[in-house]
Design a protein around this ligand. Structure first.
Ligand SMILES: [Zn+2]
Length: 193
């Protein structure tokens, strides 16, 4: 009888030990996993990300209208940009965030992993499922916009071209300027025609 009690005690001890071991692994693994995850999202938790651009997308001359949209989101509090990217490509997004009253930070961290170039994030979990932004050129081509007009982002275009791009995507207004009469007088031409 005494023997059984002892055996039971040993069993309990073993079980308790196993449970504690499992618990401590669980407890320690979660932050470890989260820490790894953050390296892919410029130091943020994935659950906080509203929109994400790759480095390549940030380096395009055009501003992605999806980022302007994301900054309008009430939950959006900040924009973080990968410091790997040359500042001349980053500037347009810093200005955009400023215009929309959101903070932007450029972070240099050799520990960052993957191709993330820019994120718009909230202070808490937003749980946006699809944070990736489709390639601008592919998307606009599908909408019937000519390559010349797609590549005229940041430049001045004639009224006909301006209407064409705005009709395809009103969000693209941030990327185009209308040629004025004075521009025409001084010999400037539509860069898409
Ligand atoms: Zn034109």
């Amino acid at each position: 009888m005494e023997h059984d009690v002892q055996k039971e005690a040993i069993n309990t001890w073993v079980n308790k030990n196993e449970l504690e071991k499992a618990l401590s692994i669980g407890i320690h693994r979660a932050p470890e996993f989260k820490h790894e995850e953050k390296k892919h999202y410029l130091g943020e938790f994935r659950e906080r990300v509203i929109r994400l651009l790759t480095k390549k997308q940030v380096m395009e001359p055009a501003i992605y209208p999806e980022i302007a949209e994301a900054l309008k989101d009430r939950r959006a509090v900040k924009m973080i940009i990968n410091g790997d990217i040359d500042y001349r490509f980053v500037k347009k997004y810093v200005k955009l965030a400023q215009k929309m009253g959101k903070t932007s930070t450029v972070i240099h961290d050799p520990g960052f992993k993957g191709e993330t170039g820019l994120i718009v994030a909230g202070d808490g979990a937003v749980d946006v499922q699809n944070i990736d932004v489709p390639d601008r050129e592919t998307r606009l081509k599908k909408l019937g916009v000519s390559p010349a007009l797609i590549h005229s982002a940041g430049k001045k275009v004639c009224e006909r071209c301006y209407k064409k791009i705005i009709h395809a995507d009103p969000g693209e207004a941030i990327n185009y300027q209308l040629l004025t009469l004075a521009d025409r007088f001084w010999g400037e031409r539509c860069s898409a025609c």
